[in-house]
Ligand binder design. Sequence first.
Ligand code: LLP
Length: 434
Amino acid sequence: SANVAKDAAGELTVAGVPVSRIAAEHGTPAYVLDENDFRGRARAFRDGFAGWDVYYAGKAFLCTAVARWVAEEGLCLDVCSEGELTVALRGGVDPARIGFHGNNKSVRALRRALEVGVGRIIVDSFHEIERLAELTAGAERRAPVMIRVTAGVEAHTHEYIATAHEDQKFGFSITSGDALEAARRVLAADGLELRGLHSHIGSQIFDSAGFEVAAKRVLALHARVAAELGHTMPETDLGGGFGIAYTTQDDPSTPAVLATEMRAIVEHECRGLGIAVPHLSIEPGRAIVGPSTFTLYEVGTVKEVALDGGARRTYVSVDGGMSDNIRTALYDADYSCTLASRASDAAPELARVVGHHCEAGDIVVKDEFLPADVAPGDLLAVPATGAYCRSMASNYNHALRPPVIAVRDGESRVVVRRETFDDLLATDVGGSEE
Ligand code: LLP
């Protein structure tokens, strides 16, 4: 994150707080979230995309403090479950500024969203349109709906996080005609108001070519709905997915550059189609929260292993692992790592940072050069863990999920506390023998 520095003794400080103090006060592992960095990125999107709405994608990471920051910085919020909706409301977000996603929202969640009056519900199946039509029949206020479409784009990212090709579960296909049919059915429902189309092509994307193709197809469908169904939809959402730097190999664009590119694409397409430019929105998650956070671990053991051909690999075991960062195991994601608690003159050595879980795939950082004298008690920092780490954390091996510690102006405070064994056992009710 932006406000990280090494002090004279080689110790990492973040927003003026040394990591040894964070470890002493809050324990490890811990997610360390730089509040001003988060707010700065939120503002950079808001200002870069001025005139558009920026929905922070809460799935990347959400807690009530973050929901509040998002609202304070003038962003809207994208939620994709009743749980996220609950946190957003508890954080004081105006329901009218919440968008509700999901390919299989429960009836209960839909009812709740309607009750509180979310700003838009993004529908993703014919069954859902039918359900919503029933739930809103005869209602006083029509429910604002957007249609999630599949733009048919092959985004260059991991298969599990690419979402705009045809053969996956999200969206109505534009090419098959389903998307147009969805628009027809929403328009036919008295309780629903068709606000626009929504496209999200995937995540951790660096090349704007995918957004360009998606925007073309989505806007062409806007024009078709107007021409064939006589309804001009006022809005379009082009989704999130903007890539961040996990290692020095990655070179992401700034929000300002992205905004310039996307504005040009949209204006060009609308001119070509002869339609007015709709009100636009985007949904960045990772690009706002990802770089704001690092995970602080303590080293427990160090082991050298002989590889075929005589080489050796150092395994550095930390007190967390795949339960607090599943992304390396799940997506083969790359992370970097740094010795955070002290300086070292020792020669750099190729190391692998692993967790304490009971499986060999429990890797946090596949390959990193760490000083050869890294030893038990050292603190390691793994940057860029703000997105999809705490939010995808598990209790595997009955691990306690780490806290989120917010740092600002030389102070640290807990925004999500560490779990306790009592938290874990609270759901373990003992079964029928009691
Ligand atoms: N909007 C929609 C409809 C989405 O499905 C997503 C992410 C976003 C916005 C935000 O995308 P972002 O800007 O954060 O890339 N767990 C995976 C990422 C899954 C993304 C799911 N949808 C990972 O750890 O890489």
